[in-house]
Design a protein around this ligand. Structure first.
Ligand SMILES: NC(=O)c1ccc[n+]([C@@H]2O[C@H](COP(=O)([O-])OP(=O)(O)OC[C@H]3O[C@@H](n4cnc5c(N)ncnc54)[C@H](O)[C@@H]3O)[C@@H](O)[C@H]2O)c1
Length: 330
């Protein structure tokens, strides 16, 4: 009896908060930063999950203690298992390991495939209606793993890359022209890697395409710096990779979903023939709202842009083939 009463109290406590629920798997740099920014938004409770004992609990408590200073009432919970994550509206997957010295790309792929698969299976068993945002690298390949393991409709498994890559492009455009980032809008399509496709024709300052504001060689230089954006930061940090802009990019996507904003954002989604690409996760512009992918926007690309997008998709397909090979060897 006593046990039941406690359960009942716990349940009414959850209901009383009446907030949406976001789970962030991986309480590392990106996961922790996403939790922090989301907490400051003050509209959803956050469950942080990690395999390292104490890490998600410690970060959650620390973030709770920042609440009085920021003025947020976000409830954050840390966990090493999935019970606490039940009925999440959005689940972000940032778990994985970074490539260590001497580790081959295949070894990294194998390890992260295993992590993302097992995490996804555990998530969907308790949150069957969630929208999953994949962040772990190699991004587009990990989207495939999560999509396959979840068995969700493609509208609810979405990769974060384009939002970050576009934010980087916007930053470089604003720096180059000495204008407010608020007036810069940019689009980066394709896979998350050096084959990404910055679409300068559709990147504007207050509606003016940057191709009209900058000479072609400067545009190209900004595109290249964007494609190399992650590596540039790794080179400076030496240990670890970027997390402020990645964590903030995740929250931009969560905002779009939980506030049903129908934001138009480049995200990695499972293409079924759109842009002439079959059965591959690749970044394209979508309308992102309460149900996840609300619409896929198809742009009229030039031959060169279309070829670049297909080349980027084929790099993702190479990784899918490598994962198949790894699976068959196991
Ligand atoms: N998509 C993007 O644009 C983008 C941007 C930045 C980083 N990333 C990727 O995001 C991932 C996280 O980056 P980070 O800097 O936060 O790394 P990190 O090492 O700081 O954090 C990863 C966390 O995952 C945890 N983890 C490992 N296995 C787990 C498991 N089975 N279950 C739960 N947690 C587990 C680790 O303990 C660690 O705390 C990396 O794969 C990174 O390459 C992607």
């Amino acid at each position: 009896m006593h046990h039941d009463a406690t359960k009942c109290e716990e349940r009414s406590d959850t209901m009383a908060s009446g907030r949406r629920k976001v789970t962030v798997v991986g309480a590392g740099m990106v996961g922790g930063t996403a939790a922090q920014i989301l907490a400051q938004k003050d509209y959803a409770d956050v469950v942080l999950v990690d395999i390292v004992e104490g890490l998600p609990q410690g970060k959650s408590l620390d973030l709770m203690q920042a609440g009085p200073l920021f003025g947020y009432d976000t409830k954050l919970t840390g966990a090493n298992s999935y019970d606490e994550t039940a009925d999440s509206d959005v689940v972000v997957i940032t778990s994985g390991i970074a490539r260590k010295p001497g580790m081959s790309r295949d070894d990294l792929l194998k390890t992260n495939m295993g992590i993302v698969r097992s995490v996804t299976e555990q998530i969907v068993s308790v949150s069957p209606n969630a929208v999953i945002i994949v962040v772990s690298n190699p991004l587009d390949a990990m989207c495939h793993v999560a999509f396959d393991a979840a068995g969700f409709p493609r509208e609810r498994v979405i990769g974060m890359a384009g939002v970050l890559d576009s934010a980087r492009f916007r930053t470089f455009i604003a720096m180059e022209l000495d204008v407010s980032v608020q007036d810069v809008s940019a689009f980066v399509l394709g896979g998350h890697g050096d084959t990404m496709v910055p679409l300068s024709r559709y990147s504007t300052v207050a509606g003016i395409p940057i191709t009209e504001l900058l000479p072609a060689d400067r545009v190209k230089a900004l595109e290249e710096r964007t494609a190399n954006g992650g590596a540039e930061i790794i080179g400076m940090l030496k240990t670890g990779s970027a997390y402020h802009a990645p964590g903030t990019s995740v929250v931009e996507m969560i905002d779009a979903i939980l506030l049903d904003k129908n934001r138009v954002l480049p995200c990695s989604i499972y293409l079924k023939g759109e842009y002439g690409i079959e059965d591959t996760f690749v970044g394209v512009p979508i309308k992102l709202g309460a149900d996840g992918v609300e619409q896929i926007l198809t742009l009229n690309l030039t031959d060169a842009e279309s070829a670049a997008l297909k080349k980027s998709a084929s790099a993702v397909q190479d990784l899918i083939a490598a994962m198949e090979r790894i699976k068959s060897e196991a």
